[in-house]
Design a protein around this ligand. Sequence first.
Ligand SMILES: *[C@@H]1O[C@H](CO)[C@@H](O)[C@H](O)[C@H]1NC(C)=O
Ligand SMILES: *[C@@H]1O[C@H](CO)[C@@H](O)[C@H](O)[C@H]1NC(C)=O
Ligand SMILES: *[C@@H]1O[C@H](CO)[C@@H](O)[C@H](O)[C@H]1NC(C)=O
Length: 397
Amino acid sequence: MAILKTHPKAKSAKPRSQILILTASIACIAVLYLVSSLLSTNGFSFSTPRSIRDPKNRHTLHEKYLYWGSKIDCPGKHCDSCEGLGHQESSLRCALEEALFLGRTFVMPSRMCINPIHNKKGILHQSGNMVSEERWTASSCAMDSLYDLDFISNTVPMILDNSKMWHHVLTTSMKLGSRGIAHVQGVSRADLKEKVPYSNLLLINRTASPLSWFMECKDRNNRSSIMLPYSFLPSMAAKKLRDAAEKIKALLGDYDAIHVRRGDKLKTRKDRFGVDRSLHPHLDRDTRAKFILCRISKWVPPGRTLFIASNERTPGFFSPLAVRYKLAYSSNYSSFLDPLVENNYHLFMVERLIMMGAKTFIRTFKEDDTDLSLTDDPKKNTKIWHIPVYTKDGQEC
Ligand SMILES: *[C@@H]1O[C@H](CO)[C@@H](O)[C@H](O)[C@H]1NC(C)=O
Ligand SMILES: *[C@@H]1O[C@H](CO)[C@@H](O)[C@H](O)[C@H]1NC(C)=O
Ligand SMILES: *[C@@H]1O[C@H](CO)[C@@H](O)[C@H](O)[C@H]1NC(C)=O
């Protein structure tokens, strides 16, 4: 008031006081905001941090969380016996579907384990006639080196299990007591979604089968419940892997592709008479160059560029196919793949994107009715061990 009185012009007092009030209110709001954000980081209230409020990550219900564990399909402490990429992806997809179904943010393992038998250096490092048994030494890799996590988050909101946010969720869940966290095993999805207390909990800690998370999705007889397609995770590859695949696809131009699974799939064991038996009795035959040439001739015309992705490590194994096709492997592009690819999962993710871009793509096993495949053996483990077959009757080509 004193200021106003001493001021010579009374008229200017009015606008000035309005400015003062405005400034004071702004300051007040700012202080309130500061206090509330301080309180929330101290765990008195639960708010979502800025990074998750990013407009492209605007989701519903991102304030309840679903945790399945820190390692996918990893029964041992040291991950020695974890499964290959495809197997782990099925499991991760099962967990992501549950998060979608429950409307919860998924707590993503920050690393994926790599089984040493799935980590032989590929045809990427073949030189001359030497069969290289060299391996990549990694036993795990960062999830964000495999996938574009922002991309995944657009469909299934997620946070990493090494993030500050996860730490915040955990400490908050403990403070909330019985409303905070439940450790569940074998509880149905529908119950987790609808039944109290689960539906209201901040955090659900699902103990899934340590052997295979996807067991949780196995007995789901209702296929119409929310499903992510098989192609979901493959297409979510990390940007540098997607860029590499795009570059190779551009160099290949118009091409077809085959995925030839040999390696571990050819495993045989002896029966009690000492006779070799295999779960896929025609696979070894059907994935040899001579038989491939015959089988694919009705789908791939001569002269086409054929991209071959395979875990077969014998040099020149597929060379006979060159009589009819222009062959290409990831090894043709090692000059720019080498610096980028740190393990076999990275390599396979690039190869898979290339295969997805082929005009005609032929899998090893038929997975869908519309699939073209190299063999008629079922992919599924029938648990029946047959005597492998190497001959073929009739000449179809
Ligand atoms: C989740 O539950 C399992 C089994 O009860 C337990 O061993 C694990 O420590 C729990 N994890 C968290 C983060 O609470
Ligand atoms: C299957 O799932 C759909 C969608 O979630 C639901 O509407 C339907 O009632 C379910 N059917 C059965 C038999 O549970
Ligand atoms: C890829 O490399 C092989 C030799 O390893 C060669 O025969 C073939 O022509 C190359 N393909 C392309 C598309 O460059």
